[in-house]
Design a protein around this ligand. Structure first.
Ligand code: ATP
Ligand code: MG
Length: 442
């Protein structure tokens, strides 16, 4: 029979064999963020469209071309979130957290939706790990958020990654800069793409972020924002760099980073990978300061900043680098019953072990012994126990270690859990001993 439909273009299924990798990435990132004082926030997948128009910005690619927007049955314009910041900012504002203890630090793992041309590292449904800090204006805050991004990538030992930073100033310094840009790009008007012609009138800085070859070649020689920073913005940018240096975080300045969203002010940064797996989708993590956003959404003037890390891109670089994900086992011990009575006995045994936190499996198909052993092997069962008439009678069975072949006799009524626990402890201790041995050798 033919499938009735396929998954929509630009989406990915995470199958059971891969979900443990996702869980590992998500848990690690959230847990490191917690050490930095960030706690998880969860916001809706969809928001009112105007939230993104107001925050992400009308002149951005995201709002102009990439949003999944639809009218719901109550005739409201709804949009699937294209990024995490706007929803988090709306939520902390709406729930009065901005009036509470500041700085407020939140983290999230979310699915994001953008109508883009799917390719490696670019999907229509993708996932971001993100953090936001509200109510902190000092350069230390910028350095802290950058340090967190660096710490996560470091924990995963992401190879060949470079941190680029820039300051795009405040609305004051940007006014003069926009004028200079407008003058420069007007001289190249004939060569700019259609979208950039519109940007030239409304927000020439956006042209610097254009992905078209011609536009980016023109942008190469455009004036740079760093020459236009006001004194305060320059001092702030110097402060961020001093903190990064103090903490030993390596960075490069790239005056061409403007970031894709309108709400950024002052510090912007990107962690860029040189992994072959990513091609031109090289930015694994991007973020910056957005001091005007909360006010733009109707709240009090509140400095804020954050980053978004593309998890598909992170996963691609990790796989490319041969990262060793922790092994996930769905079966510590497999019970193979022979005969009806044994089926019930095995079912009782696995239930008991499972309730004690041991991953145990038994036959639920009615297979013969040989087929069961094949299945146990596929599951990667560490131990197997065959239970037949003999075992039922003596209440003793043989626990076989499938990796070493070692056999341990176990009592079906007593001590099974303890035996498994001790064996697993022995294995862990052997692992630690081996690790210590390697450390000693080095
Ligand atoms: P790009 O320039 O690659 O389009 P962006 O500037 O649009 O990125 P942000 O809005 O800053 O990206 O999102 C933060 C991060 O989310 C990016 O650095 C990237 O890792 C990831 N990301 C963005 N868009 C996609 C996508 N369509 N598919 C997968 N990951 C994405
Ligand atoms: Mg983009």
């Amino acid at each position: 029979m033919e499938l009735i439909t396929k998954a929509p273009r630009g989406t990915q299924d995470v199958l059971p064999g891969a979900s443990s990798e996702w869980q590992h990435i998500e848990r690690t990132a959230l847990s490191i963020a917690e050490d930095y004082g960030f706690r998880e926030i969860r916001t809706p997948v969809f928001e009112h469209t105007e939230l993104f128009q107001r925050s992400v910005g009308e002149t951005t690619d995201v709002v102009q071309k990439e949003m999944y927007t639809f009218e719901d049955k109550g005739n409201r314009s709804i949009t699937l979130r294209p990024e995490g910041t706007a929803g988090a900012a709306r939520a902390v504002l709406e729930n009065g957290l901005i009036g509470g203890a500041l700085p407020l630090k939140v983290s999230y793992v979310t699915a994001c939706y953008r109508y883009e041309k799917p390719q490696a590292g670019r999907l229509r449904e993708f996932h971001q790990f993100g953090v936001e800090m509200f109510g902190a204006s000092a350069p230390t805050a910028d350095a802290e958020v950058i340090a967190l991004g660096a710490a996560i990538l470091e924990e995963f030992k992401v190879p060949n990654i470079t941190l680029y930073i820039n300051s795009i100033g405040c609305p004051e310094c940007r006014k003069k800069y926009q004028e200079a840009l407008k003058e420069y790009f007007t001289a190249h008007k004939g060569d700019l793409c259609e979208t950039c012609l519109g940007r030239l009138e409304r927000n020439p800085m956006r042209i610097l972020d254009c992905k078209s070859k011609v536009c980016s070649a023109i942008a190469e020689k455009a004036p740079v924002i760093l020459d236009y920073l006001c004194e305060e913005c320059q001092t702030h940018f110097d402060g961020v760099q001093d903190c990064l240096k103090a903490a030993g975080i390596a960075y490069k300045i790239d005056p061409r980073i403007v970031r894709g969203l309108d709400y950024y002010t002052r510090t912007v940064f990107e962690f860029v990978s040189r992994s072959d797996a990513l091609g031109s989708q090289a930015t694994v993590c991007g973020g910056g300061r957005y001091d005007g956003l909360i006010e733009e959404l109707g709240g009090p003037q509140t400095p804020a900043l954050g980053f978004g890390m593309g998890l598909e891109r992170l996963l691609l670089t990790l796989k490319d680098a041969g990262y060793a994900f922790p092994k996930s086992s769905v079966c510590e011990v497999y019970f193979a019953p022979m005969g009806d009575k044994a089926v019930k006995e095995c079912f009782a045994l696995v239930t008991q072990l499972r309730n004690g936190g041991v991953s145990a499996q038994t036959d639920v198909v009615g297979r013969g012994l040989k087929a069961q052993m094949k299945y146990a092997d596929k599951l990667g069962a560490r131990y197997t126990v065959v239970v037949g008439d003999n075992e039922l009678e003596t209440r003793k069975a043989q626990l076989k270690d499938m990796q070493t072949g070692t056999i341990t006799e176990v009592d079906l009524d007593d001590g099974l859990y303890t035996t498994l626990y001790n064996l697993s402890l022995d294995r862990q201790l052997a692992g630690v001993a081996e690790m210590l041995g390697q450390v000693a050798e080095n």
